[in-house]
Design a protein around this ligand. Structure first.
Ligand code: BDR
Ligand code: CA
Length: 308
């Protein structure tokens, strides 16, 4: 583990796996979480923000929570209630939050923190990239101040919303394209790795048996996605994979390559076009995460959740 904790902002749309990711992130000793920013994604912005506040209450943190964009840059919002429930958290009964969201907008929180951290700030992006695109558009010096963005999004192969596109990129492809072209060091944890980053039903039961409110919430938001056709071995932990990568990339295997986003296509909307080995040999702009040591990943999650 590095000596110095990494200052991070978690930009998210909770969301079941965002919730699991937040529960884990706040136990990672490597991460110094400066703020949570919320975005329209799995459900509407008012719901993702309320859920972030409720999850923060369960975690027991008073970290600043700044709401951001209530829709993609230029398109209509797309939600995923069939995955996360109408409220974004499967109707799970959680205590009402004691705190309110910040009046400070997500993009202002990102810029302010980037300035304060003097080039060391990292962002863990777990939803559509709208907030980050707005922050970049509003502050032309921002890109040079962010050390790295770890993105859960995209896929070199396939998709989960369409055959070509992963949800976070599909929802706001223009924002994703801006971020890909920003020059900021990017690490992309797409479906290629997140479908391998799963917990089995038995492992989720082990976590629930820890008996804490945090473990119960983790199990409740995770078990629902267990043993579906896209991941028969267990529940894929998309957003937690990005958090664990940000904290300790030694669990993962990655490859540098070029990635761009299809914004013009109809059936290819939001495809992350990836050049790992073509004759075009486009210049690499991302570190594409492709594999995970599944056993160490599961062990780390159990260890982190046992810390509550
Ligand atoms: C991603 O889409 C959302 O539904 C999840 O929270 C995750 O960020 C997976 O495609
Ligand atoms: Ca998410």
């Amino acid at each position: 583990m590095s000596e110095k904790r990494i200052p991070v902002i978690i930009d998210c749309d909770p969301g079941c796996d965002d919730t699991a990711a937040l529960l884990l992130a706040f136990r990672c000793p490597e991460l110094d979480i400066r703020a949570i920013t919320t975005v329209s994604g799995n459900v509407s912005l008012d719901k993702t923000t309320y859920n972030a506040l409720r999850v923060a209450e369960v975690i027991g943190t008073d970290v600043r929570i700044s709401p951001g964009a209530d829709r993609p840059l230029i398109r209509e919002a797309v939600y995923a209630p069939h995955v996360h429930g109408e409220d974004g958290l499967l109707g799970i009964d959680l205590p009402a939050p004691g705190k309110k969201a910040s009046f400070y907008k997500a993009w202002d929180a990102i810029y302010e923190e980037a300035v304060a951290q003097k080039g060391q700030l990292e962002i863990i992006a777990l939803g559509p990239l709208t907030n980050i695109a707005i922050a970049l558009a509003a502050n032309h010096d921002l890109a040079g101040m962010i050390k790295r963005i770890v993105i859960m999004g995209g896929a070199a192969q396939g998709g989960n919303v369409t055959p070509c596109a992963e949800f976070n990129i599909y929802v706001d492809p223009e924002a994703a394209s801006m971020v890909m072209k920003s020059g900021i060091p990017l690490c992309v944890c797409g479906l290629d790795v997140t479908l391998k980053a799963y917990l089995t039903a038995a492992e989720i039961r082990e976590i629930r048996a820890l008996g804490t409110p945090q473990a119960e919430l983790f199990a409740a938001v995770t078990e629902n996605n267990c043993e579906k056709v896209f991941c028969p071995a267990g529940a894929p932990l998309h957003d937690p994979a990005a958090v664990l990568f940000a904290a300790d990339d030694s669990l993962f295997t990655a490859q540098r390559c070029w990635m761009g986003v299809e914004t013009q296509g109809t059936i290819t909307r939001g495809k992350t076009v990836t050049d790992c080995w073509s004759d075009a040999q486009k210049e690499a702009n991302v570190e594409l995460v492709l594999d995970v040591d599944r056993e160490r990943f599961a062990a780390r999650i159990k260890e982190l959740m046992a810390g509550y």
